[in-house]
Design a protein around this ligand. Structure first.
Ligand code: SF4
Length: 192
């Protein structure tokens, strides 16, 4: 019996390498790179290139969404002073999961999910709530997950080192680069 076809939203290569490896055991996985939150453009290109590399290593197809940060900036602007994990992040999750759900539905996938819950800086409960909402709206099942469980993040750090993947030191938007409160501080140095 063929495995269900799952569209997996990918935010970065190091996390994708671990999570896609897991999901491939039970699903026919296609990656979906949809991240207009990432700025500046050179950083976006670098993360996309790394995602292509992981897709090639794992032998999965990668669908690349367009890159238009201006709309993302408009919808998150009012929350620019929120700390990371605050309301700006909920809007950012929704922006990307809505596009993933619409794409999964349009291309006839059996379901969709995101790898984002692997990160300790992401709220799995919010991702699952928002994913299910867009799944219902677009008539495609959302696979709930919290990939950081079972030591997932540490395993992903080890695997990404083995594969020599670029691991960023901020989440993606300029607000996260400049500090939790959107102030023009020095970039944060913790690896993600
Ligand atoms: S900190 Fe990360 S999740 Fe939150 S708005 Fe910025 S890019 Fe999106």
């Amino acid at each position: 019996m063929p495995k269900p076809r799952l569209l997996v939203h990918i935010c970065c290569a190091p996390d994708a390498a671990y999570v896609i490896g897991l999901l491939r055991e039970n699903y026919d996985v296609t990656g979906f790179f949809s991240n207009p939150n990432i700025q500046p453009a050179e950083e976006y290109e670098r993360r996309l290139e790394e995602a292509r590399k992981v897709a090639a290593i794992l032998g999965v197809r990668l669908i690349e969404d367009g890159y238009d940060p201006s709309r993302w900036m408009r919808v998150t602007h009012k929350f620019r002073h929120e700390p990371e994990k605050g309301r700006r992040c909920d809007v950012c999750y929704a922006f990307r999961l809505e596009r993933t759900a619409r794409t999964a539905s349009g291309l006839g996938f059996d379901g969709f999910t995101t790898i984002m819950s692997l990160s300790p800086w992401k709220k799995a409960a919010a991702l699952n709530r928002i994913g299910k909402m867009f799944g219902r709206r677009h008539g495609v099942e959302f696979l709930e997950a919290d990939f950081k469980k079972k030591d997932g993040f540490r395993k992903s750090v080890a695997l990404s080192k083995d594969l020599n993947l670029y691991r960023q030191d901020y989440c993606g938007c300029l607000y996260s680069r400049r500090g939790d409160k959107g102030t023009p501080d020095e970039p944060k140095k913790a690896l993600r």
